[in-house]
Design a protein around this ligand. Structure first.
Ligand code: GLA
Length: 752
């Protein structure tokens, strides 16, 4: 039993393999949080002691006792306007316009298996893998009922949480904020790690001490966003990859979100995570309920590496439902950076022919195959083949591709529409626009109102027809702008604050129906690269295009940051052409392949333009990937270097589940005139301790950096000695353990 209730002390204890979570029904029935951390036995009620605090108010029945205050009590979920001045979970008002709620314990149930989250993706459990605790609380005055859900995955060291609010009263209630959880850390000095970025530079790790005040990581873009991922870690200030306590909170949601972290007057740290409350307003009529998205919690006392591995295993084993999640993915060729919009059947076939000769298994036809899509200004929404570009339609192309022994995949961007499209001309009211205002444009396109059932139904029928009618094995599902002008013509004025969340529910409803009907189609998520790389999308898509930045050196920090929460098997990564289209940098083909193998691995360039020697190298890379694909996709992942300490070297390692094999990859992105020896500590033999080193063949390569002259000067070739790229060694697999082997006077060696 991973969940227990001790009647006498009114104590709930959740145990996982290495952690304990405890809470207690406290004074007046408030649900007090006591502890989440490394495994502990017995009551931890001594961790909370009510104390009188000036200007922290007391509940009326305890007005003379004066020590109990919601403002200082660690809580599982907060009420509203009743004495807790810290960041709150809930803002609710009733018929008289009065803000207020105060939840007290009513009942609880301990159930076998894992609860489900209505209308949104959530974790699932195999037989006997999880238990559920549901605690019901209520606010007497409004009749608002709160159900707190806890899913305990003992062997995974993961606890999931979600909340459900039901109006059991007689009057309508208005929610202006409804977070998924509150998690109080009553003691400890913590760093906050969050993952921020921009288009072409997603999920950069930011680590800073949590000091007094509130820090917020949020998106108001309608998507989880390039800018702030819905995932944070609290880590002890001296926690490293292998040591120290850390706690992760990952929201299973793909829309606007908000995480507030506050260190309060008592030194306690509170995290509140959930959907974004800006422009949120949800009417709860009597009998109606509101479901929050789920949060995945994990706690590691063995540092950040173990925390990441907990998430990697959990996402692969308990979140993503695709049958592809633990399968080896086909090596793909995508035509986007090879052709952009300028292609026809012959051009695509010539790329496919060359790709197939080199061992590529899947051809993905990217943007531009439909409607009047000759450039990015038109055609979105018209998901019918453009016969001018592709005479004979998709079937002719697909049968040629299949004839080459390759599978066929297709790009779509279902949630979007161009003004210049038949779909928009037929249904202008399907787009999100504000009454009386010219819409704000992004990539000159508009966003469809996915909260409308007719829009979802139309897209379901159209995409189903495409997938039924053609032999399509893979879909890249893109989303290339943020939501603005959020106004739904299907909702009455008083419900406009529901439109952004209903949009996300519509996206999930569509994905739910399509993945149920076409489970074997491999789905790759995308939003201008990694603008919607989150646990919600990963429930449907076993892989997501990590970034539009395909420069291998830039990808190092993007994939490094992504790895804190998300598995390598989820990171879409390709070898692209050089000079790179985003940065102008030239990196060796070998380095590009090493970096792309830190992901799903594929190519995105015209392979016809490679020299014979490069083609031979591509063939070898694909063979190498086949050899290591299971290890990369299923193995335990270790970050070996920390770019915050040294940006001279990125190294990572994947260890097979039986610990018999490991793949070590190293890239030196910057070469110095004089390079000191870099020592890399290998990890992975049980408990995160270092293992004896591997024999690693030494390969040293110097390359020239080429960069375009900007602006306007065309392209030039510059030799800049200081920016020479070097890679060594290539990934090497050896049996563990082996003796360490110094690389001599090179730049990298292994520490045994
Ligand atoms: C987005 C994607 C790219 C490509 C283009 C096509 O930017 O991230 O990979 O598919 O759209 O328009």
């Amino acid at each position: 039993m991973s969940i227990s209730f001790q009647v006498q002390d009114r104590l709930f204890t959740l145990h996982t393999r290495t952690t304990t979570y405890q809470m207690q029904i406290g004074p007046l029935g408030y649900l007090c949080h006591l502890y989440y951390g490394r495994r502990a036995e017995g009551s931890l009620s001594h961790l909370y002691r009510p104390e009188e605090f000036g200007f922290s108010p007391n509940p009326y029945p305890l007005r003379l006792q004066k020590v109990t205050s919601l403002d200082t009590m660690p809580q599982e979920y907060t009420g509203c306007n009743t004495g807790d001045f810290r960041v709150n979970c809930l803002t609710v008002s009733g018929a008289e316009g009065a803000y207020g709620a105060e939840f007290r314990y009513v009942s609880h149930a301990i159930l076998p298996g894992k609860y489900a989250v209505e209308g949104m993706p959530s974790a699932f459990a195999g037989a006997d893998e999880a238990e559920t605790l549901v605690i019901t609380l209520a606010d007497e005055v409004t009749g608002l009922e709160l159900e707190l859900y806890y899913g305990v995955f003992e062997a995974r060291d993961v606890i999931t949480r979600a909340a459900r609010l039901r109006n059991a009263g007689e009057n309508a209630l208005t929610l202006e904020r409804a977070a998924s959880l509150c998690l109080d850390f009553p003691f400890g000095d913590w760093d906050l790690l969050h993952f921020q970025g921009r288009h072409n530079m997603e999920r950069q790790v930011v680590r800073a001490p949590i000091t007094g005040g509130i820090q917020t990581a949020s998106s108001r873009r309608g998507a989880s966003s390039h800018q702030h991922n819905p995932f944070v870690i609290l880590a002890e200030q001296d926690a490293t990859e292998d040591r120290g306590d850390c706690c992760g909170l990952m929201l299973v949601y793909s829309g606007s979100h908000r995480t507030d972290v506050e260190r309060d007057q008592t030194g306690s740290t509170r995290v509140v995570m959930g959907i974004q409350d800006s422009q949120f307003r949800w009417t709860l009529a009597p009998g109606e309920h509101f479901q929050t998205p789920e949060v995945l919690l994990t706690f590691s006392h063995e540092g950040l590496g173990q925390l990441s591995r907990n998430y990697h295993r959990f996402i692969r084993g308990n979140l993503c439902r695709s049958p592809w999640v633990n399968r080896r993915r086909p090596v793909l060729i995508n035509n986007w950076e090879a052709t952009y919009f300028d292609f026809d059947t012959d051009k695509i076939i010539s790329i496919a022919r060359q790709a197939s000769a080199l061992g590529v298994e899947l051809l993905v036809l990217d943007d531009g195959w439909f409607g009047s899509r000759y450039d990015e200004n038109r055609g979105l929404g018209d998901w019918f083949v453009n016969e001018e570009k592709l005479p004979g339609g998709l079937d002719r192309l697909i049968s040629e591709v299949n004839g080459l022994g390759m599978q066929f995949g297709l790009w779509v961007e279902p949630e979007m529409v161009n003004e210049d499209s038949d779909l928009y001309r037929a249904h202008p009211d399907w787009a999100l626009t504000l009454p009386g205002r010219a819409p704000t444009m992004g990539r000159n396109q508009l966003v469809l109102d996915m909260g409308r059932e007719d829009v979802v139904e139309y897209l379901y029928q159209r995409l189903s027809a495409l997938l039924e009618g053609h032999n399509i094995s893979y879909i890249k599902w893109d989303m290339n702008r943020s939501l603005t002008d959020v106004y739904s013509r299907a909702l009455p004025p008083e419900r406009q604050g529901e439109a952004a969340h209903r949009y996300v529910l519509g996206v999930y409803a569509l994905l739910e129906r399509l993945t149920a009907r076409f489970p074997e189609v491999l789905l790759e998520g995308c939003a201008g690269g990694g603008g919607r790389f989150d646990a919600g999308m990963l429930a449907y898509c076993p892989q997501i295009w990590c970034s539009d930045d395909t420069d291998a050196v830039e990808r190092l920090s993007i994939q490094y940051g992504t790895s804190f929460g998300y598995p390598v098997s989820a990171m879409g990564a390709h070898v692209s052409a050089c000079p790179n289209h985003q940065t102008g940098r030239t990196v060796s083909l070998d380095t590009r392949a090493v970096v792309a193998m830190h992901g799903t691995f594929g190519y995105e360039l015209d392979l016809n333009l490679l020299t014979e020697a490069e083609k031979a190298a591509v063939r070898r890379q694909i063979e190498r990937f086949h050899r290591y694909a299971d290890l990369i996709g299923q193995g335990d992942y270790y970050r070996l270097t920390d770019p915050a300490r040294t940006s001279d070297c990125y190294a990572w390692q994947t260890v097979s589940p039986d610990k018999a094999e490991a793949l070590v990859s190293v890239v030196i992105p910057h070469v110095r005139a004089t390079t000191p020896l870099i020592r890399v500590q290998l990890r992975g033999a049980g408990g995160g301790r270092p293992v004896p080193g591997f024999r690693v063949r030494r390969v040293q390569r110097r390359e020239r950096l080429r960069c375009p002259v900007r602006p306007g000067g065309g392209q030039g070739v510059h030799r800049r000695g200081a920016d020479v790229q070097r890679l060594r060694p290539p990934p090497a697999v050896r049996r563990l353990p082996q003796r360490s082997d110094s690389l001599g006077k090179g730049a990298v060696t292994w520490i045994p």
